[in-house]
Write a protein that binds this ligand. Structure first.
Ligand SMILES: Nc1ncnc2c1ncn2[C@@H]1O[C@H](COP(=O)(O)OP(=O)(O)OP(=O)(O)O)[C@@H](O)[C@H]1O
Length: 230
């Protein structure tokens, strides 16, 4: 497959299921944001992306997700992807169940109900997002993400601006969903405890001469029992 010389492009995975990120550079209006950043994520791995505010974490996520194609480099990613943002981005005029079925064409009502049950939303299927609490809307966004059985899950600060108790509940729920579905996961967080709890590896972005690069001490591998258990 041809890869444009100047713009980022998706390329076929070299190895089945592996996400390969190879960004040579990313600029905004001539300002270098990301320098060379290369890493891969194996199936079932959970990678946290951390770094100071404004370093380029969200920019990197958008490139990996394919939302931003204006970069130099290549990304190999699977077709089945899901994204979870701080804002649940639900369709307010659709029922909770239809929010899932609109995104995932062909998802049966039973499968949608199962996905909602997994996030503790049984009984809320016909409610509209405006009738759900903030925590329930976040659960629905998670249900929507996992309903598509993603091979790659991308999350941008999914627990920010939640009160401590809700954040803890959502963190535990996400941990269980990841352990059960085992997508490759890449998420941005400012909270070290979230990174250490969810991630099997933590990548740190640090300033480089031509935009942010991965820090040398960023690769902190550790095995999480739940991830290795069948
Ligand atoms: N659309 C854009 N146009 C111009 N500059 C942008 C754009 N989006 C981001 N930037 C700049 O790119 C840099 C990286 O932004 P990014 O949002 O990726 O950082 P971040 O690490 O996610 O920050 P934070 O932790 O504060 O959310 C910042 O200097 C930001 O101002």
């Amino acid at each position: 497959m041809g890869i444009p010389a100047t713009l980022g492009a998706a390329r076929g995975p070299l190895e089945v299921g592996v996400i390969a990120v190879d960004i040579r550079s990313k600029t905004f209006g001539g300002n270098a944001v990301l320098g060379p950043v290369s890493f891969s994520i194996a199936p079932g791995e959970t990678v946290a992306l951390v770094g100071p505010s404004g370093i380029g974490k969200s920019t990197l996520l958008r490139i990996v997700a394919g939302v931003d194609t204006q970069f130099r480099g290549t990304i190999a990613r699977p077709g089945a992807m899901a994204m979870v943002f701080q804002d649940p981005t639900l369709l307010p005029w659709r029922s909770a169940m239809d929010n899932l079925r609109t995104v995932h064409r062909g998802l049966t009502r039973q499968a949608a109900a199962r996905a909602m049950a997994e996030t503790g939303l049984t009984g809320k299927e016909e409610m509209f997002p405006g009738q759900l609490s903030q925590g329930q809307r976040r659960r629905l966004a998670l249900a929507r993400a996992f309903a598509g059985q993603p091979e790659l899950l991308i999350m941008d600060e999914p627990f920010v601006s939640l009160d401590a108790e809700t954040a803890e509940t959502m963190l535990a729920l996400t941990e269980n969903l990841i352990a059960h579905h085992r997508p490759a996961t890449l998420f941005v967080t400012h909270a070290q405890n979230e990174a250490e709890r969810l991630a099997t590896r933590i990548l740190t972005l640090v300033p480089g001469p031509e935009g942010a690069v991965l820090g040398t001490s960023c690769q902190r591998f550790r095995v999480r029992e739940k991830h290795t258990a069948g």
